[in-house]
Design a protein around this ligand. Structure first.
Ligand SMILES: Cc1ncc(COP(=O)(O)O)c(C=O)c1O
Length: 298
């Protein structure tokens, strides 16, 4: 089995320094209180960024998403955008990351006085964690592609648990992921509340039919940065791209399919349920992935 997050092992990860609430710690010593809102009830948000060729990729968009999600979860990040940016740069510098860095930033509501939902029992400012790692995507996944399967777990309505938020409460995605893996697939293809195809459990979904590129409306997906970049690339290259509702039947009649995410960029899909797709260098998915690489290598 492969995944869109497969990476090459890197010994340097054994000694990375992790930022927790104002200080850096060796990874074995980086700890958070059991009373932190993240551990108790998953009240928090996160984002992942790539540090590639001495720079953060699409930093502004990642910060926009982080602050947007903080607002939607009623978390006041105690540092402003410049301070978070400096902290991210400090983290890569301290860890001597020059390229193939992957950083996870987590902001939780903070430490509580007792295990209870209400933020009224939260007694500290929000907690901030930054986990830097050396992660080079494993190229095997690009050659092989991913096997997707549709699952029973759906993307829920916005007023139940807004699926656009990159929250720490990822249970919806995790249950979909487990279902997919039990069915022998690499990633779950999830429906929305109206039986349209919405997205995958950890990546966004696209398909291609007659050289036109399709993705969902985005309403039931995490606000996707790579997703947006692919849409922008299509527009710039005059490739027809549609964000619209579609059904499983449309997907099963597609010529190609692929998924997107910050870590791996574009990964081709080799199978959805019983329908197989070819992964090769003549197809449009490959062309788009080259355009995307050009963009991040700029
Ligand atoms: C459910 C889900 N879909 C898709 C993505 C990929 O989004 P992006 O391209 O912004 O990394 C993520 C990443 O956070 C995710 O959690």
């Amino acid at each position: 089995m492969v995944s869109s997050h497969d990476f090459l092992k890197d010994k340097r990860n054994k000694n990375v320094k992790i930022y927790v609430n104002g200080k850096f710690y060796h990874r074995d010593k980086a700890k958070i209180s059991v009373f932190d809102s993240s551990a108790l009830l998953g009240h928090g948000i996160w984002d992942s960024l790539r540090y590639h060729n001495n720079k953060f990729i699409f930093l502004k968009m990642h910060l926009d998403r982080l602050y947007k999600d903080a607002k939607l979860t009623d978390i006041k990040i105690p540092l402003n955008r410049n301070q978070i940016t400096s902290l991210l740069h400090k983290t890569v510098k301290l860890n001597k990351i020059k390229t193939d860095g992957h950083l996870r930033i987590i902001v939780s509501r903070g430490i509580k006085s007792t295990p209870y939902q209400s933020p009224k029992v939260t007694v500290t400012k929000p907690s901030i964690i930054i986990i830097p790692e050396f992660k080079k995507p494993d190229t095997k996944v690009y050659k092989k592609g991913l096997k997707l399967v549709t699952v029973n777990t759906i993307r829920g309505p916005l007023n139940v648990q807004n699926p656009q938020i990159n929250s720490l409460s990822k249970l919806n995605c995790i249950l979909a992921c487990i279902e997919a893996q039990k069915k022998g697939a690499d990633e779950a293809l999830m429906f929305d509340i109206n039986k349209n195809i919405a997205t995958c459990n950890s990546t966004h979904f696209f398909f291609i039919k007659n050289n036109c590129v399709y993705t969902s409306t985005g309403k039931f997906c995490v606000t996707g940065i790579t997703r947006q970049k692919i849409i922008d690339i299509c527009k710039a290259k005059k490739i027809k791209v549609f964000q619209k509702n579609f059904k499983l039947k449309d997907v099963l009649e597609a010529d190609e399919a692929f998924v997107t995410g910050t870590f791996a960029g574009i990964v081709g899909v080799n199978q959805i349920n019983k329908k197989k797709f070819k992964i090769n260098e003549d197809n449009l998915t490959y062309k788009l992935s080259q355009y995307y690489l050009d963009l991040i290598n700029k």
